[in-house]
Design a protein around this ligand. Sequence first.
Ligand code: TRP
Length: 328
Amino acid sequence: MTKKRVFSGIQPTGNIHLGNYLGAVKNWVDSQDEYENIFCVVNTHAITIRQDPKELKKKTYELASMLLACGIDIAKSNLFIQSHIDEHAALAWILDCHIPMGDMSRMTQFKDKSVKNPKNVNVGLFNYPALMAADILLYQVDDVPVGEDQKQHLELARDVAMRFNRDYGECFKIPKPMIPAVGARIMGLDDPQTKMSKSAQGENHAIFLLDSPDVISRKFKKAVTDSQTSIVFDQTRAGLYNLLSIYEILTGKTREEIESEFEGKGYGHLKTALAEVVIETLRPIQENYHRIHKETGYLESVLYNGAQQVRPIAKATYDKTKELVGLL
Ligand code: TRP
């Protein structure tokens, strides 16, 4: 039986944090035997917001190192940089010409980002979903893991692909959304009502994967909880629930085991135990990261080979698209 092909994209902006790891990257790592995975650092998407060029390049390679450090295994999966394959932007143009303005205008992320960056509301930001559709459609993928915030974009990709196939003949596989496992939605430590985010300002908001043990302990110590005392999984107590969920995922213990472990103990105890587990989880990842970073040339060759491997798929789809619309 052939494995399903899955495409996952992650932007190289901001620093990768525990929410990214538990909500996405860990699932990617754990699914490497089950799926034929294509992992992509989507740097071309990143310039929809103005970036410092040197910083963008640095972040792109840092993120790729971090994905390898987290356990993306290039013997099993593909990892490449979006801008290394020109067909992404090229296909996005053809898709642009087949997406009604009305459909694109309904994208809520564009509205949110425009409000956050009123000085740079550019056409690329508006067309962002077409580039994302191109990422996915180029590789004829079966499934795409998406969080709530990206569902609408995937829906648009499916729509444009179906319309294109209907009007010009079979060209794209129609991708399906893959909903992430429950419990993997990690919230901000300083504000458990909002998802942990790369761009949030608070210094105790997120645990970054490269945080030192001291910083991790401090951030958990300051994590917002409530004025009650019992340590139980209760969704209405968002701060505590978030901490317990992280503990649950990382230890693999059941909720009953965790509740009895902390019975009669205070929040301080939970926070210390949690910090310990997170520190031990991140220790090997940080060691891998620093090792990969020191081996000059290694990362470049991994990413070069990654692009070489998938380019033929991208090229075949793009050429087919060109041919169907009369450009080839
Ligand atoms: N838009 C996605 C995000 O912000 C990143 C992304 C770009 C992506 N291209 C993709 C995700 C293709 C999945 C598939 O999270």
